[in-house]
Design a protein. Sequence first.
Length: 478
Amino acid sequence: MGNFDNLFPYIISLFVYFLLNLFITFVFFVVSAHPEFKGILNRGLLKEVFFAYFVTLLLSLVLIILIDNEGFFGLFLFTVLVVLLSITFGKVLEWYQEMSNQANKDYLTGLYNHGYFKDYLKELFRETKKAGGQFSLAFLDLDDFKKYNDYHGHVQGDRLLKFVGEYLKNETKEQGFTVARYGGEEFAIVLPKTTKHEAATFMDGLRKKLNDTPFDGVDRLPYRCISFSCGIAEYEAEMYEESELLHKADQALYYSKTQGKNNVQLYDEKRISRDALKFKEDLDAIEEQLKLLLYKDVYTYRHSKRVFKYAMEFSDRLSLTEEEKRTLILGALVHDIGKIEVSRDIINKTSKLDRDEWEIMKKHVIWGKEIVLSDGRFEEVIPLVELHHERYDGRGYPYGLRGEEIPKLARILCIIDSFDAMTTDRPYQRTKTFSEAIVELRRCSGTQFDPQYVEPFIQMIEEYYPEKIANANEAVSM
């Protein structure tokens, strides 16, 4: 058996080597200090380095002892031990990397997920606030993704998300930007050392290139291509925490959508007016009121949401002021709120209403007006709530107004409301197909509906929902 005194110099040498390497590693990390690199350390790299050096030191001691005691046979035993440990550590490392990827990556697109992104942004914000510097944050949302999903199915919708995710990753790789799937069809990009104006130029180039990139089925989308709306905000030294930056980027994204989609907008309080932000708050407030209907009448709740959606789409095609657009959209969402006051027996009746029940039902427009008035925040939508059942020929209710006596927005809402009512299943009436509803709109143009808005609405439906019309035509031909 060997003498420990023979091993002592080797052991001292190993420890010196170990400490020296630790020192060099420490210097490397200090010199390379950077928010992004620091994020990597937080994810376990430093622990892996220390573990690797510890294993190296341990194996070196085992080697010295085996050679000192067993000679060449000891060397053979050590080789076997190293091979077995290498295989074991390789499997463990693969498992560790797989678990890390699963924890940080989105399962569908392979991009970083929402949780990782929030942690990364928080760390970058803290480091930038401490050391100075600049960076920008971009939120982008695929335009009309729900239409694509509804027409082509979820499998093809997932392919589109994966395609866009791969596109964003490849296009930002050279710049070193961090891309994450923020949720649904929304993505987030962090652009270090980039001003908001530089970020806007980059993102707009990204948008235009994506517009020109072919993909199956996008010809049915309004822009006939893959497009996204994008909002950008820049880190500012006076910001207290990263939530302020997230909020501004989100507001810029919302503003981008209100400007017709397929565009890039910077957060700018002078441009994103208080009216625009108030509009979003108003929508949220009305949505909370509307949820009261959900517990009493699911049909009316869902009908109101669909009418709201049609109003959003139709308002962009009309020569309306921004204020008129907002009023139409808010009115569409809240137009049937008065039905909260109608008894459940009448609302959920599975047969046609009798005369007395119908008279009660017609009062929902008056009750709706009173509800809106009592709230005090949305008086501009009262004409839409109260008068959306007036007819162009004067045979509507509650006042029998005719033609131009009916406010313009109420005349528009009457068309939208009637179209959805015709194409939605109710126990006491047969659902019309989109094609049949279009025929009915044209038949009643000039009597029930204002003729100047009937054809523009039909054109919008034919352009935005060609699959619904195609399916209806196929059903008729069969």
